[in-house]
Design a protein. Structure first.
Length: 143
């Protein structure tokens, strides 16, 4: 399979990226905020949903970089920023428009944590960084 490389410039594009990073895991120390460049990025291990066929006994994860540009501010709740080795589980990404095209991008985490990015507009990308590795565990959520 080829490495994934996606870009988002609107809410529909962002929903595609959100689908690909659902259940991705990252260490708190792999989150970077560069205020002078207005950039926010997270290196994460994403579950490869596009290859997760029903009945499969083995699945894949890939190292990837989730990048946001034009970020004015970052706020986090229920995230221990001093615990660099703590693992967070990304459930979804959503956008809330405030003053078009500006708004808030929410990275919603398992356990109730959330990171809010105040953005001038949606400008995001998701890029796989390397080869996939096998895992027997498929994320599963109670309905």
């Amino acid at each position: 399979m080829h490495a994934l490389k996606l870009a988002a410039l609107d809410q529909e594009d962002l929903a595609v990226i959100a689908a690909h990073v659902q259940d991705a895991v990252a260490k708190v120390g792999d989150v970077e905020w560069h205020p002078k460049e207005k950039r926010f990025l997270v290196q994460l291990n994403r579950f490869v949903w596009e290859k997760a066929d029903r009945g499969a006994k083995s699945f894949e994860r890939r190292r990837a970089c989730l990048h946001f540009a034009r970020v004015e501010a970052v706020k986090a709740t229920k995230v221990r920023q001093d615990a660099k080795d703590a693992v967070v589980d990304l459930l979804t990404i959503r956008f809330e428009e405030t003053d078009s095209p500006a708004g808030h991008i929410y990275l919603e985490l398992a356990g109730g944590g959330c990171v809010r990015l105040d953005v001038e507009c949606i400008e995001a990308s998701l890029t796989d960084l390397g080869a996939a590795w096998s895992t027997e565990h498929k994320p599963d959520h109670a309905i």
